[in-house]
Design a protein around this ligand. Structure first.
Ligand SMILES: *[C@@H]1O[C@H](CO)[C@@H](O)[C@H](O)[C@H]1NC(C)=O
Ligand SMILES: *[C@@H]1O[C@H](CO)[C@@H](O)[C@H](O)[C@H]1NC(C)=O
Length: 505
C-alpha cells in the first residue's frame, strides 16, 4: 500500500504531521518502511533545537540524545578536539546514516544549552570529581563545535532564538555571550540566516558581546515575519531598533518585560505597512513622555494585545492608538499589582479609532469597567461579535443587551455583585435571541431564576445553537447544582457547562 503514494505526496503529508510540540506521530512513520523513513528523517531533524523545551527531566534527557547523533556527524578534527578535552565519544561512533545537521532549520541557543548540560553530565560524569571551571570549558567547546556543525551543514535556518542562560545551567555556562558572538563570525552565517522568518530574543544581557550579531543580522535578514523580544536591554539603544526597521514584511511583533525608549517606538512605527499583530506585555512606556508627532496609519494591523503595560497615557501613545484604524481584535489586561491606574485614555482612543472594525474585544482592568470606557464600547464598537468584560454591573449587562449589537454572538463577563438571581431575571427580559454563547462568572442562583432566564433567551424557538457556561465566583465555590437546577437544564436542552471553577475566560 505504502508504495502507491508518491514520495512528493508523502513528504507533504508528513510535513503537516510535524508540530513544534509533538513528534510522536513522526516516530511511528519512521517504522513503516525504508521509503517512509527516508522522507521522515529530514522532517524530524528540522526540529531538535527549535522545539519548545520543558524542564521535565525525562523528556529533556531523551531529547538531549540528539547531541550524540550530532557528534557522530562531526569531522575528525572536531571529534579529536572533543576527545582531547575529556569527552568519551564511544556513544557517538563516527559516520552517521544521514547527514543530520543538514536538515536543521530551527535553532535555539537555549535548547542547545539544555542539551549540552544534560549530555555533559552523562558523559563527563557528575558533580564530585570535576571542578566547575573544567566543566564550563568542556561545555563551551561542545557548544562551539555544534554551532559550527549546524551553521556549516544546514541549508538555511527559518527560526533563530537567542536566549540568556537560565540560572540552573550556570555551572556549564557561566559566561556565554562570547559564544553567541561567535555566530556572526562563522563564514556560513550570512547564507544560512538569509531566509530567517522568526527571530526570538530572550534575556540576553551583554549587549557588548551581542553587538556584532545584531549588526550582521540587520544586514543579512530583511525578510523576518515574526519577532518576539523579551527582557530587552538597551545598552545600545539603536541596535535592536535598526534591526527591526530593516525588515520589509514583519507581520508579528511581540515585546515583553522591557522599557520602550523612543528609538524602539520609532522602529514599531516603521513597520506600519505590514504589521498584522502587535503584542505588548509588561512594557513600560514612560520614556515616551513629551513631544509627539503624527504616526500615520497602520494599514494591516488586526490584532493588538496589551497586558500589564504602564505609561500608555501620553501623547505619543495616544497618537499611536489613533493610527490603529483597522484593528479587529483588541485584548487588554491590567493587573492591580502593576500600577494603580490603567491607561484609560489610551483604551478609549483605541475603541474610538477602530470602532466598527472591532470584532473581538477583551477587557480586564482588574477594577470594574469605568463608565467612560463602557460608553466608548456602546457607542463605537457596533459590529462586535465576541465581547469579554471583567467586572460589570447588572445595569451594564442590560445596556449591552439593549444596544443593538446585531453581530454579537459571544458575550462573557464577571458579575461580582451579590444577587445572581436578580441578574438572571433582569437578563431574561432583554437577552437578544441572536446571542449564541454566554459565559458568566457569578455567585449562587436558584432554579427558578435559571428557568426564567432560559425562557427569555429561547422565547418561542428552541435552544438552537445556544450555549451557556457559568463559572463560580470565589464566594460561591462550594455551591452545587440541585436536582431542580438539573431539571430546568434538561427541560431546555441548552448545552451547558454550569459551575466551572477554573479561572480562564
Ligand atoms: C503571527 O502570529 C500568529 C499567532 O499569533 C500566527 O497564527 C501567524 O501565523 C503568525 N504569522 C506568521 C507570518 O507567522
Ligand atoms: C500581570 O502582572 C501580574 C502581577 O505581576 C501577574 O500575576 C500576571 O500574570 C500578569 N499578567 C500578564 C498577562 O502578563
Amino acid at each position: 500500500m505504502a508504495n502507491k503514494i508518491s514520495i512528493e505526496l508523502l513528504m507533504m503529508i508528513l510535513n503537516n504531521v510535524q508540530s513544534p510540540r509533538s513528534t510522536q506521530d513522526l516516530f511511528s512513520s519512521l517504522l513503516v518502511n525504508r521509503i517512509w523513513c527516508r522522507v521522515t528523517i529530514p522532517i524530524l531533524w528540522e526540529l531538535p533545537f527549535g522545539q519548545e523545551c520543558t524542564m521535565d527531566d525525562t523528556k529533556l534527557r531523551k531529547r538531549a540524545l540528539c547531541i550524540r547523533t550530532y557528534i557522530s556527524c562531526m569531522d575528525t578534527q572536531a571529534r579529536t578536539l572533543l576527545t582531547q578535552n575529556g569527552y568519551d565519544l564511544s556513544s557517538s561512533p563516527p559516520q552517521a546514516a544521514f547527514d543530520y545537521p543538514s536538515f536543521a532549520h530551527k535553532f535555539g541557543t537555549d535548547n542547545l544549552i539544555y542539551f549540552i548540560s544534560v549530555y555533559s553530565q552523562q558523559i563527563i560524569g557528575s558533580d564530585q570529581d570535576n571542578d566547575n571551571d573544567d566543566y564550563n570549558n568542556k561545555s563551551r567547546i561542545l557548544f562551539r563545535e555544534i554551532c559550527k556543525l549546524i551553521l556549516n551543514r544546514c541549508s538555511f535556518l527559518d527560526y533563530f532564538k537567542l536566549a540568556g542562560v537560565s540560572k540552573i545551567f550556570f555551572r556549564n555556562f557561566s559566561n556565554y555571550s562570547d559564544l553567541i558572538g561567535l555566530i556572526p563570525k562563522l563564514p556560513d552565517t550570512p547564507k544560512v540566516l538569509k531566509k530567517l522568518e522568526t527571530f526570538v530574543l530572550v534575556k540576553v544581557n551583554d549587549d557588548e558581546l551581542i553587538k556584532p550579531l545584531y549588526e550582521s543580522l540587520a544586514l543579512i535578514c530583511d525578510d523576518i515575519l515574526n519577532m518576539d523580544l523579551q527582557f530587552i536591554s538597551h545598552q545600545y539603544p539603536q541596535l535592536l531598533p535598526e534591526f527591526i526597521s530593516a525588515q520589509k514584511r514583519l507581520e508579528n511583533l511581540s515585546i515583553a518585560h522591557s522599557e520602550l525608549p523612543i528609538p524602539m517606538f520609532c522602529a514599531i512605527i516603521s513597520q506600519k505597512e505590514t504589521l498584522e499583530s502587535l503584542r505588548l506585555k509588561s512594557v513600560n512606556f514612560h520614556q515616551l513622555e513629551g513631544e509627539s508627532s503624527p504616526t500615520g496609519e497602520f494599514v494591516s494591523l488586526q490584532k493588538l494585545y496589551i497586558a500589564n503595560c504602564t505609561g500608555l497615557d501620553n501623547s505619543n501613545c495616544l497618537s499611536l492608538a489613533s493610527s490603529f484604524t483597522q484593528l479587529s481584535n483588541f485584548h487588554c489586561y491590567h493587573s492591580l499589582y502593576n500600577s494603580i491606574s490603567y491607561p484609560q485614555e489610551f483604551i478609549i482612543k483605541i475603541l474610538e479609532t477602530a470602532n466598527a472594525n472591532l470584532k473581538h474585544i477583551f477587557l480586564n482592568l482588574y477594577l470594574p469597567i469605568p463608565s467612560d470606557i463602557f460608553t466608548a464600547i456602546l457607542n463605537s464598537c457596533t459590529m462586535v461579535t465576541k465581547l469579554t468584560l471583567h467586572d460589570i454591573s447588572i445595569e451594564q449587562v442590560i445596556a449591552i443587551f439593549n444596544n443593538n449589537f446585531n453581530e454579537l454572538t459571544r458575550f462573557s463577563f464577571d458579575y461580582n455583585g451579590l444577587d445572581a438571581n436578580k441578574l438572571l431575571c433582569q437578563m431574561a427580559e432583554s437577552v437578544p435571541v441572536s446571542l449564541e454563547t454566554l459565559v458568566i462568572r457569578m455567585g449562587i442562583f436558584n432554579a427558578d431564576s435559571l428557568r426564567k432566564f432560559f425562557e427569555g433567551w429561547c422565547c418561542e424557538g428552541g435552544a438552537g445553537n445556544k450555549k451557556i457556561i457559568v463559572k463560580r465566583t470565589e464566594q460561591a465555590r462550594l455551591f452545587k447544582l440541585s436536582d431542580e437546577h438539573l431539571e430546568v437544564i434538561e427541560e431546555y436542552g441548552i448545552p451547558n457547562q454550569l459551575l466551572q471553577t477554573h479561572n480562564s475566560s
